[in-house]
Each structure stands twice: as structure tokens, then as C-alpha cells.
Write a protein that binds this ligand. Sequence first.
Ligand SMILES: Cc1cc2nc3c(=O)[nH]c(=O)nc-3n(C[C@H](O)[C@H](O)[C@H](O)COP(=O)(O)OP(=O)(O)OC[C@H]3O[C@@H](n4cnc5c(N)ncnc54)[C@H](O)[C@@H]3O)c2cc1C
Length: 495
Amino acid sequence: MAASTAAIQPGRIRILKQATGSSVDEKKLTGPVVYWMFRDQRLRDNWALIHAVDQANKGDVPVAIAFNLFDSFLGAKARQLGFMLRGLQKLHHNLQEMSPNIPFFLFQGEAVDTIPKFLKECGASILVTDFSPLREVKSWKETITERVADSVSVHEVDAHNVVPIWVASNKLEYSAKTIRSKITKLLPEYLIDFPTLVPSERKWPTPQPFIDWGKLIADVVRKGAEVPEIDWCEPGEDAAIEVLMGSKNGFLTTRLKNYSTDRNNPLKPKALSGLSPYLHFGQIAAQRCALEARKVRKQYPQAVDTFLEELIVRRELADNFCFYQPRYDSLQGAWEWARNTLMIHASDKREHTYTMQQLEKAQTADPLWNASQLEMVYYGKMHGFMRMYWAKKILEWTTGPEEALAIAIALNDKYEIDGRDPNGYVGCMWSICGVHDQGWRERPIFGKIRYMNYAGCKRKFDVDGYVAYVKRLAGESKKRKAGFLLNGKAKEVCQ
Ligand SMILES: Cc1cc2nc3c(=O)[nH]c(=O)nc-3n(C[C@H](O)[C@H](O)[C@H](O)COP(=O)(O)OP(=O)(O)OC[C@H]3O[C@@H](n4cnc5c(N)ncnc54)[C@H](O)[C@@H]3O)c2cc1C
């Protein structure tokens, strides 16, 4: 069911629960509106926040943002949690400046407990949530929807995709080809400018809660120290906009011209946008990136079209897969032809087999693969081209496709700053299980799954140059870590 508001297209909203005795357009609400922010961690260009504020203003009630910090979510470590919390700290600061009437509440624990409890305490009328296709998030929403009082409506807003996932298609799409025309047809309706966020008119009745960001960040950094933070990517909305269109090093302003020619060259990582950390944590809207990219299409038509294909079609295809295929991270989620061919070749003889530990430590006989693994471990973002090679080699070197997929996903989620994302699950499924791809010439181990090898990479780019580049990256990172430990030790001695 869709709700209608002046500010936001009805198709962007799904009513997960309608409060008893209320109508969707009810003007007068009895209690506040709460936006449970999860995937779209930004104030600008956020349809879920726009909708929450709009509902509150229409109902003449206050609105709050609530965020739940899980004790553990898909194994996130210091790298991912530090980036997220530092981004949220900035968001909190900006919110206090821009919209002091909207408080930010941060809860710790399980959202299925904290969110219903908060709604009850503040007597909320509407819970607004953003959208994620991941099964954990779907299941929390189901539980929360069951647990909240009958007087609370629950609205889900797709603030992540340019075309809302359920509008783009009502079924599991086979490939980019099958979803492209559906999305393209809907762009005139959905790829539109964002309305300005109308400030909340009513003040929250209780004082703004104090959040000790320093302590929270120190805690996650300590607990997740196994995968330390990265320092080349500044978190937060302002930094994201700078990466998109800043005058110094912005993608659209200074780097776009080489996107279509150099984006598959791992030695030229700057040819890529570098937006995936921000898109993953929702610190920037894909819709904003697309709107700004369109403005420079006259100058760089090919680069912009290629970028929009990745940003909209491929990214939203990944969300489509996870939304409609519950087994999005399992061999069972692959198409039948792919499952069959992989099973026929599952016991083919492997030249090398490695354990998860050997792979994690980059101890294979292939220096190119080792370099890509180290790029991920130390830098936190493996080049997009190498991700395909990296995952396909795991299929070649493990005992079968199920193990390969499990290892690829585990490593991707542990080390990538943009990991634990539908793009990651689908990237691994594409590489290992042929999802969204077609069958190719049959060969050992891979069967009909597309194959990639070292010789092919050598023809495409300077493999030795890439290995040397990653060695430098890893060396710099180790030096920084040693400096950090030394400083830490020095501090301990001085205390
Ligand atoms: C094995 C494997 C694992 C991957 N893991 C992840 C992951 O964990 N998180 C993640 O965001 N992406 C993942 N990708 C997709 C892609 O490699 C990254 O999105 C990209 O490298 C991010 O860098 P960028 O933003 O600079 O890329 P750009 O080329 O500048 O792309 C811009 C944006 O378009 C989207 N995009 C680009 N390529 C793809 C793609 N193939 N599929 C879907 N969307 C795409 C992303 O949102 C990206 O941020 C994976 C791909 C593979 C093959």
C-alpha cells in the first residue's frame, strides 16, 4: 500500500503497518514521528527523513531520528564501525545546527528491543524506516512491526535507490539487460531534484540526549582492532560531496573524463569515483550523484553513461537480487544452469588448494592475487576490476563452489570498507556462481562460469606495476600502524 504526501512520490513509500483507526492521510496525529535511520545515514537528500518531517509537520507533532548501534552486525570491525560512527557524529552536529527541533537518539543493543521501547516511551504515532534488502534488516522490521502498539503506523521509504526497488520491478530480474529498460523508463519520474527539507515546526518535549561519541568510537575501534580504520577516506556527508564534486579532487569535477577508458585499470584507482564507502553507509544519495553527473553529460557523454550504468542499473540490480532472492549469498540462490555446471565440476582436480587462513594472509603462488588481497586488507578497498579476478581465483583454489563463496563473502565483508552490501553479495555471486551473467565455454572447475586468468590481466594492465603499487600501500600502512602502536606504548609508559 502506498501513502501519499506532497513532498514525496507515493511509490517510494510502503506502509508496513497501518495504525488502527487511522487513515494514511490523517492530518492530526496523537504522538510524534520517529525516523529509525539505518541504511541512509545522511541529512541531505534523504527521502526517509523528508517523509518523516513532512508527516510530522502535517500532523503537527515533533519528529526525532533514532539510530541503533548493534553489538555486532555482519562482523563489522573498527574499519567499518569507525567510519560509520564518525559520519554519524558529524550528522548529529549538523542536525543540532540545522534543525535543533529534531533530536538524535542513539541506542545500543538490538533494534527489535530498543526501537519499540522508544516508540512506547515517546508515544509515537508513526515509525518511518529506510529500506535495505538484507535479510537481517527485513526480519528486524517484521519483528518491530509486530511489537509496536496498534496505534503506531510503520512506513518504509526506499531512500537508497533512484527508482524504488518495488517500483522498478516486482520480481527477481535475470540480468542487467532485463532490468535496464524498466529502470530507464522510470527515471523521468524518479530521477528528480530533492525538495528542500522543511524544518520541523514542533519542538521535541524532552532535552536532547547527550551522546559520548568519543567513548563510543574508542570502544568500537578497540573491540574491532583486528581490522583497523583507514585514513584515506574521510567519513561524513560533506566529505562525500567533496569526493563527488569538490574542486580539488572531485570525481565529476576533475576525474570523470578518464572513467570510461581507465576504470578497469587497477593502477589507476583514481579513475573510479571512490564513492562506494559513502554510498554503502548512505552518506550520499545515489540520486544526488546521478543528478550531478547528468549535468556534465554534454561534456563527457560516454563517461557519464558508463558511470550511470554502474551507479543505477548495476547497483539497483544488486538490490533487486537481494530483495527477491532470499538465498542471495548461497549457491542455492544461483540460476539452475550455474548450479548444475558448478556441481558437475565441483570435484575437478585443482592445481592448488588453499585454506581460508592461507588466503586471508595472501599466501598463494599468485603474486597478482596476493596483491589484490593485500590491497583489501591494508587499504580497505580493492580495485573493482581486481575484485572479479580475486573472487574467481577463490573458486579455482578451494574445495568447491560453496566453500569458495563462503570464503569470498567472509573476506569481503571483513576487510572492505564498502562490504556487507548487496553489491558485495552479488559481486561474489556473479564471479563464482554466474548470477546476472551468461554461460561461457565449458572448462575444468569453472564449468560454464566466466573464467579469468593471470595472462588475461597481463594483457590488460601492468601487473608488476600493480604488485609494486600494493606493496608500497601495505608498507605505508604497516609503518603507520607501528607508529600508532609506538605512540600508544609511549602514552602507556608516561601514564
Ligand atoms: C567480488 C566482488 C565483490 C564486490 N564487493 C562489493 C562491496 O562489498 N560493496 C560494493 O559497494 N561493491 C562491491 N563490488 C562492486 C564494485 O566492485 C564496487 O562497487 C566498486 O569497485 C566500488 O568502487 P567505486 O565506487 O570507486 O566504483 P565506481 O566504478 O566509481 O562505481 C560507482 C558506484 O557504482 C556502483 N557499482 C560499481 N560497480 C558495480 C557493480 N559491479 N555492481 C554493483 N554496483 C556497482 C557502486 O555503488 C559504486 O560505488 C564488488 C564486486 C565484485 C566483483
